[in-house]
Design a binder for this molecule. Structure first.
Ligand SMILES: [Zn+2]
Length: 419
């Protein structure tokens, strides 16, 4: 019974709220001619997106990798050479549609989002423009602004608030009522590396949300006990409420509000944790989710005995994995080039002191005891320490020097060579 209830919650309120950028949206006011040109951009973006979706739907496990972003870009170039109508459109619009799709697939594999679906005409109409510069937007009067859209020209919008500084891209959308919007996305500023040479490993814990190799244990905030009790009550009411009744709508709204509060708390937590990690450490090692999801079941996640524990663990796990996916994405935004994804195989069974891999060293969810050297401690911290060591090794290879004495700068250097 409980199990079924929880599935209901997850179906009604999927976690698809991972908005990566601060968005500010304005009402776009195109002329009729401009609106037709915008719709053409939408058509191209939809066409390219659906092509990518079709390709990925052919993919079955064991059939080799589905074409990735680079391969799809190559195919797009070919398609543009072949079809005049596609060539007549904006290459930016079409390429960004591919990029959006690649991102959606990455989020799907990270288990933070559902699998991307086909886009339909009249719904999900929109496209994205990158390489947007400050000169591409201007204010005409108190309430009117203009934005330059490739192949369309200057399009007016309602200047309802200041356009944020540092916007690098924008998205144009048309809702089902035919209204046009433009939203400017501001990428978060990368946080300067501390240049301390310090590496940290972060393990997605079983007993806690995340463990650092420094020994810190982090817990993602969830609903308080009172709120959880209320949520369960509402879910029971929802199951009893007649379909299409006003009561059902009210209950769903109440559940949605509780969930939204919890989501906001989790997002806030992710922002704080990622900012802190990016500030304190030069290199941050995390487990590679694509590999992690496959090996996790074999990692020896012991279920504690007792009633309801399994169900609660299931719900907590899905919340955790959503937060974790977001945490890694935000880390990469804030510490670009400093996040190293490592294969998590054996990180929970290997002793971080003597290096012996022992499947029985993990005494419980929380305790690790090495039978070779006697090292005992928190199991998640032990795994985080192993991740730190692997990440440090990768960092050394990437830089081609020793971690302590090597150059702190990993950016490619321009080398002038006599010809
Ligand atoms: Zn040991």
């Amino acid at each position: 019974m409980r199990d079924a209830e929880q599935r209901v919650v997850l179906r009604f309120f999927p976690m698809r709220d991972a908005k990566l950028f601060a968005m500010s949206r304005y009402r776009l006011q195109p002329t009729q001619v401009q609106a037709a040109a915008l719709l053409e951009h939408c058509r191209h973006a939809r066409f390219v997106w659906n092509l990518a979706a079709e390709q990925s739907s052919f993919w079955k496990p064991g059939r080799g990798p589905a074409p990735g972003f680079a391969e799809q870009c190559r195919q797009l170039t070919e398609a543009r050479a072949e079809y005049a109508w596609l060539r007549a459109g904006s290459a930016i619009v079409q390429q960004q549609a591919l990029k959006d799709f690649a991102r959606a697939m990455a989020q799907f594999f990270a288990r933070t989002h559902r699998k991307p679906t086909f886009r339909r005409r009249g719904q999900n109409e929109g496209f994205r423009i990158v390489a947007f510069k400050k000169e591409d937007v201007r204010r005409l009067s108190r309430n009117v602004g203009e934005v330059k859209i490739p192949k369309v020209g200057w399009v007016r919008f309602r200047w309802s608030r200041a356009v944020p500084d540092g916007a690098k891209s924008f998205r144009v959308n048309r809702d089902q009522l035919g209204r046009w919007f433009v939203a400017f996305a501001v990428a978060p500023e990368p946080i300067a590396r501390p240049c301390s040479g310090e590496v940290v490993g972060v393990d997605r814990g079983v007993a806690v949300s995340a463990a650092l190799s420094t020994g810190e244990l982090l817990r993602v905030p969830t609903l308080r006990a009172v709120e959880r009790a209320r949520l369960l009550k509402l879910i029971r009411q929802l199951a009893r409420a007649r379909k299409g009744s006003k009561r059902r709508d009210d209950v769903r709204t109440a559940i949605g509000r509780l969930r939204a509060g919890e989501t906001a708390r989790r997002k806030d937590w992710v922002e704080k944790v990622t900012t802190s990690l990016a500030r304190r450490f030069d290199v941050i090692g995390v487990e590679d989710l694509r590999i992690g999801n496959m090996t996790r079941s074999a990692r020896g996640t012991i279920e504690a005995p007792g009633r309801n524990v399994r169900q609660k663990a299931g719900l907590n796990r899905s919340i955790l994995s959503a937060s974790w996916g977001r945490l890694v994405m935000r880390l990469e935004d804030k510490a670009p080039g400093r996040v190293i994804k490592v294969n998590p195989a054996f990180t929970s069974q290997r002793c971080s002191v003597c290096g012996v891999v022992d499947g029985k060293a993990r005494e419980s969810q929380a305790a690790f005891r090495c039978r070779s050297c006697g090292h005992a401690g928190n199991a998640d911290v032990n795994a985080a320490k192993n991740i730190e060591v692997i990440a440090a090794g990768h960092a050394v290879n990437a830089r081609g020097g020793d971690r302590k004495t090597g150059p702190g700068n990993r950016e490619p250097q321009l080398v002038l060579r006599p010809v």
